[in-house]
Design a protein around this ligand. Structure first.
Ligand code: HEM
Length: 512
């Protein structure tokens, strides 16, 4: 960070913190939730981590409990470390805790109007309705053929160049969401729709976490000129706007033209456009909302799904016993004459356990997406100020010893009823809480399950060897932004036998 920017931040932080402390002291005598000791005037600004937030907040929660308060630069942060606290506040008191913090960073990028950044209100209701309507538990069934086709392609790609598994998984997730959103089938690696999703993923990663990136904490910096030393975020925002403008309009226009020509495939956009037409509600406002909702689908759906599958491959690599048990179950139920499909799900409890344990152990969206409180509140005798940024720390929730025995252990059987397991509940934190819970959860759950079960059915995943024949064991390290995925690692992915290769090629050819 440049000295000029540092000085600007310091002055802003002191002013904001003094104002904050004065206001809060005046308003309430009830104590704030506990937290690490603050510095005079600047609160927790000095100790707020710049990386590894989920792990550090989890460590702190062991001392300060499952509702923790931090004050940084005039902002009040409440970190929730147990599912109970998240359910009590974000669900039971949802009327107060369903806002989002205002984000100057995402406004600058030009997508601040997307549902995920919206506080409640009319536009929120409209976008939420648009976004969840096709993705109900029943609604997602019409997208199964798309998921199955791209899963076969994923398996096929894994047989051809297994060392590129990272790329294949990312392509699978993007291809599913793009075909659902626009009806466009991604085949080539240089497909412009694939590039669009990848570009968007990069913008999300570079913009930092909602509420805690530099501009969200210091909105005043939005007015700096792009040449100001250290103000990288201004040029980043301006560059990103061009991408956002393009991604909002051209794929949408494609679908409109296909509808007019009678060649459009069923998709999120085509279903909604047809509905507008049926109900005579196709005004500029509706079209704008639909474009905004579709833009978010790409960003919200691709990276989360691919991260979960990559985390699963990593889990299976370092926990071969879990992979073996799930494979034994699949062999018993499905056999070697066909590939697993959705109708097998009920009969594969061990596969289900592996999926849930993978979610719990890694947490693909480790800090959820922050909520924001509308009014002052008191919870368990603690004061939660209006406007607090409320962060559900999914990592703490997954490691909660009150719910999960030996939580650091990867033990899929924990969810099975006793005596085979421990009867523990599936992690509830994965898809968020209350009114803001993920509208894509049924779709994501189906894509991830389908990819996972088929990879386990047909591939061995094992350590790569170095030049001396020694196993290369990758460390458990993540790339963490809003989502987290494993740092690129190497491993061996090989078909389990000639039968598996034959099944894959057959299924892939048939689905073309
Ligand atoms: C493994 C995959 C996924 C995970 C772990 C995940 C997780 C989440 C989480 C934690 C939230 C925030 C909930 C909260 O604020 O309490 C969220 C929001 C959201 N997700 Fe997902 N998601 C996934 C996949 C998807 C998919 C496939 C879609 C689209 C089809 C999607 C669309 C959205 C949208 C639109 C929101 C914003 C909701 C709002 O702000 O009201 N997500 N997701």
């Amino acid at each position: 960070m440049s000295i000029m920017l540092y000085a600007t931040l310091l002055i802003a932080s002191l002013t904001l913190s003094i104002l904050y402390l004065r206001t809060k002291r005046r308003v309430h005598n009830t104590p704030l939730p506990p937290g690490p000791p603050p510095d005079p005037l600047i609160g927790h600004s000095r100790i707020i981590p710049t990386k590894d937030h989920p792990e550090i907040f989890y460590e702190w929660s062991k001392t300060y409990g499952d509702v923790m308060h931090l004050n940084a630069l005039g902002h009040s942060f409440v970190i929730l470390g147990s599912e109970q606290a998240a359910i009590d506040l974000l669900e039971q008191r949802g009327a107060n805790y369903s806002e989002r913090p205002y984000s100057p960073m995402h406004d600058l990028i030009g997508w601040g109007d997307m549902l995920v950044f919206q506080s409640t209100g009319e536009q929120f209701n409209r976008l939420r309705r648009l976004s969840q309507q096709p993705f109900t538990r029943q609604g997602v069934l019409i997208f199964r053929d798309i998921q199955i086709h791209h899963m076969y392609t994923l398996l096929h790609n894994l047989t051809r160049s297994p060392q590129s598994f990272y790329k294949h998984v990312q392509k699978f997730s993007a291809a599913v969401i793009v075909e659902i959103a626009y009806g466009h089938r991604i085949i080539a690696d240089n497909d412009p729709y694939l590039q669009m999703v990848n570009h968007g993923t990069q913008v999300v990663a570079d913009s930092g976490n909602l509420g805690v990136n530099i501009l969200d904490i210091f909105p005043i910096l939005k007015n700096l000129p792009a040449w100001f030393p250290g103000a990288w975020f201004i040029s980043f925002g301006i560059e990103s706007q061009k991408y956002v403008q393009k991604a909002r309009h051209w794929p949408f226009q494609d679908v409109k033209e296909q509808l007019a020509a009678g060649t459009a495939k069923t998709s999120f956009v085509s279903l909604h456009l047809e509905e507008f037409e049926r109900e005579g509600t196709q005004g500029p406002e509706e079209i704008k909302d639909l474009k905004t909702a579709t833009l978010l689908l790409n960003q919200a759906g691709a990276e989360t799904t691919s991260s979960s599958i990559l985390l699963f491959i990593f889990s299976m690599l370092i926990h071969p016993d879990a992979l073996k048990k799930a494979q034994e179950e699949i062999d018993r139920v499905v056999g070697h004459n066909r590939l697993p499909d959705f109708s097998d799900r009920e009969s594969l409890p061990m596969v289900e356990c592996v999926m849930q344990e993978n979610f719990r152990w890694h947490q693909p969206v480790p800090l959820g997406i922050p909520h924001c409180s509308r009014e002052d509140d008191v919870y368990r005798g603690m004061f939660i100020p209006k406007g607090s940024i409320v962060i559900p720390n999914a990592v703490s929730m997954g490691m909660d010893e009150n719910i999960y025995a030996n939580p650091h252990m990867f033990w899929p059987e924990r969810y099975l009823p006793k005596p085979a397991g421990n009867g523990e509940p599936h992690p509830a934190s994965i898809f968020g809480f209350g009114r803001r819970a993920c509208p894509g959860r049924y779709l994501a759950d189906a894509s991830i399950w389908l990819a996972m079960v088929n990879i386990m059915a047909t591939f061995e995943i094992s350590f790569a060897q170095d030049a001396y024949g020694k196993s290369i064991v990758p460390p458990r390290e993540y790339i963490t932004g809003a989502t987290r995925r494993p740092k690129p690692f190497i491993c061996q992915i090989r078909p389990r036998g000639a039968w598996a290769e034959k099944l894959i090629q057959q299924a892939y050819q048939d689905s073309l």
